[in-house]
Design a protein around this ligand. Sequence first.
Ligand code: TYD
Length: 398
Amino acid sequence: MKCKITNNKIKNVISFGKMPLANGFLDKKDFKKEFFYNLETGFSEKLSLFQLNDHPKPKQMFNIKYPFFTGSSKYMKSHFQKYSKMIKGLLKSNSKLIEIGSNDGTFLKNFANSKIKSVGFEPSKNVSDIAKKNKIDSRNKFFSYKNILNENSFLNKTDIICASNVICHIPDLKDLIKSIDLLLNKNGLFIFEEPYLGSMFEKVSYDQIYDEHIYIFSASSIKKIFNLFDFELIDAIPQITHGGSMRYIISRSKNRKASKRLSKILDYEKKNNIDNFESCKKFKKDCENSRDNLRLKIKKLKENGKTICGYAATSKSTTILNYCNIDSTMLDYIADTTPEKIGKYSPGKHIPIVSMDHFRKNLTDAIYLFAWNHKNEIFKKEKKILKKKINWFSHIKL
Ligand code: TYD
């Protein structure tokens, strides 16, 4: 599928080659029929938008068994608690709230004991069912114009629409913004947070790029996109989640004043070429260097007879393993807490996914921390292992 926003000219940035679905953890019997596509990125200068040139269909990615659970990180749970406090501060007791991509209900749970009327849209059935069990009003559907038309109690009456790490998953931004326009009341706000392009460039965290992340946004791109539709970016608030994210606040045009913080961020993006193609050229070289250094590091460890495992079978790890061609001759296994992943194999490179119990009983000489964005939480719980002479590493400086 091609990305839909406008028919802009897209300049190629970097190709990561043949790639499987980032969350396509699979059984041995399914190796032969595994799906691959070309992971290629581009940049629209008109919109300052970093994006995938092509991507698999959303239904292929967000289906009955989506193996990502927001509640799997303690830190993310507390992040969403704080986020909900900020949102509550903007709402009245009888306000209306929608979450796009409500997953297992981790965020909406914080509104359960209030009079705020809330509803979540979640296309993946397994996680939507968990939310329903927790008494969250979860629609097991994609958030789209067609799917919101019968939400009569929310049409033109919604005070806030929220989303976290999900807007970058939606290929058709026109349909998204049309839906938001129909739902929000006159003074309504659209508030969402996403991995930040500036952080990805700075950290060379190219593992943020995979099938589900169709766009990597910046304040400059969000401003330009929403201006096309009579909406306005009024604030941007940096977040430390997912290795560097940005929370964007959007209102209807000429409804509120933009913050000073936003103008500082826009200036920063201009100064650092985040709003133009120059930074993309540098990023391409940085990714290639990062890949070469990582392969060299692993090669040296193996030449010295060391064993290596991976910690956390993240979606992000799929890009690294396949782009850098790291397979089960290099990593013995990847340990993860998610029952749905344990016993399966990593997409494309087919490294076994094992439990944390297996990890503790079969410690290796070196550990590749794929969930580098959860380093603080993980190092806190792995204190005992950290005391041992084990080399923890990642493609990002730990
Ligand atoms: P995360 O970086 O949140 O997201 P993504 O998969 O989108 O890159 O990683 C989530 C995965 O990491 C999930 O499979 C659970 C695993 N994980 C652990 O195994 N242990 C942990 O302590 C944490 C925080 C995550």
